[in-house]
Write a protein of this length. Structure first.
Length: 347
């Protein structure tokens, strides 16, 4: 009896005819992208579906007719597929049918808003050119974080040793003037109601990230803005109850973190060279990738250099938010610092 592949419950492709194959080694978890695999499989005939379960080293293909499946089996089994710089040997075998769960859509954390194309390509170039990497901040704590990414502070220095700022020690350089049109747009559109006075610029090379953290409540007001420039990345939000929401941040987008998403959920970027993102961006207008294990139309997106501008407003009174379990002003200890070393890079 041929095996029946199961990745979930609801959809059923194939009805016992010899149309479905498992493609061993041809999975996202094996650094094979949907585009690369799909191109090779399509040459054998018209496909009904291609399922690539997240993190798995295999995929499932169902063809519209048995002849195409046989052609794929005959021509691709044991053949090499060029994937980026590596060459991977595919092994194909028939399966009775392929079932998978319909995608569950995961809502964004409460208070989180993602605005695409918030800055133009011209503004992006101006902002990137405005960062003066030559003069580093005085405090050595900033330099310690540089092992993981390049960091530059304006207005006030964020201290990674105590997750706080010296409110009475402003830096000589305030927020660069090039940022003002963007911040004024944020004010006009109601994303913030007061002008930020602190900016942290993070530059991440491919493979770098930032550990999950909640920005300490006592130094900063509620709304935190993160402008993504350059390459897209995936930021993971984690709720203390275990929920995880992966949010794709395209270049030139603005992430607005308020309320629960700012005070309670941690945010972080796993250091890796590839992200799993929806294969077709239109299918996920809110840029959320469903919970691991529920989605099969993902592909790999190679990371490039991303620079983020995180704008914050220094808080002058203790925080009185409703999220007391995470509020250092109300007695909670702060979450790990964004400079704490992260788990090893994947894949
Ligand atoms: C931080 O600097 O604390 C961040 O969380 C940066 C976030 C980002 O890169 O968008």
């Amino acid at each position: 009896r041929r095996p029946r592949a199961r990745t979930g419950q609801q959809c059923n492709y194939g009805d016992g005819r010899r149309q479905s194959l498992v493609v061993a080694n041809g999975g996202l978890g094996n650094s094979v992208s949907r585009e690369e695999l799909s191109a090779a499989l399509k040459e054998m005939g018209e496909m009904e579906s291609l399922l690539m379960p997240p993190h798995k080293p295999y995929a499932f293909v169902t063809y519209r007719c048995e002849e195409s499946a046989l052609k794929a089996y005959t021509h691709l089994n044991g053949q090499k597929l060029q994937c980026g710089e590596s060459s991977i040997t595919l092994y194909l075998a028939y399966v009775n049918s392929v079932t998978h769960e319909e995608e569950a859509s995961v809502p964004l954390p409460e208070g989180l808003v993602l605005l695409e194309d918030f800055v133009s390509p011209e503004e992006e170039a101006l902002l990137l050119a405005a960062v003066d990497w030559s003069s580093t901040n005085d405090d050595v704590t900033a330099q310690k974080a540089l092992k993981h990414r390049r960091v530059k502070h304006y207005g006030f220095e964020f201290r990674y040793d105590n997750n706080n700022v010296d409110k009475d020690k402003p830096l000589p350089a305030g927020i660069p003037a090039e940022c003002l049109p963007v911040l004024e747009r944020c004010l006009r559109n109601g994303h913030i109601n007061v002008m930020p006075d602190q900016l942290t610029v993070n530059e991440y090379e491919s493979g770098q990230g930032i550990p999950p953290h909640v920005d300490t409540h006592s130094p900063f007001e509620d709304t935190i803005l993160s402008l993504s420039l350059g390459a897209k990345t995936v930021m993971e939000f984690r709720h203390p109850d275990g929920r995880v929401v992966a949010v794709v941040l395209p270049g030139r987008s603005l992430l607005v973190m308020k309320g629960e998403s700012r005070y309670l959920w941690t945010h972080g970027i796993t250091p890796r060279k590839f992200d799993m993102v929806p294969a077709c961006e239109q299918q996920s207008p809110d840029h959320v990738t469903p919970e691991p294990g529920t989605r099969s139309n993902l592909t790999l997106s190679k990371r490039g250099t991303r620079t983020s501008f995180t704008f914050r407003k220094i808080r002058l009174e203790p925080c009185r938010c409703a999220f007391t379990s995470a509020c250092d002003s109300q007695g909670a200890s702060s979450t790990p610092s964004p400079s704490t070393p992260s788990p090893p890079a994947l894949p």
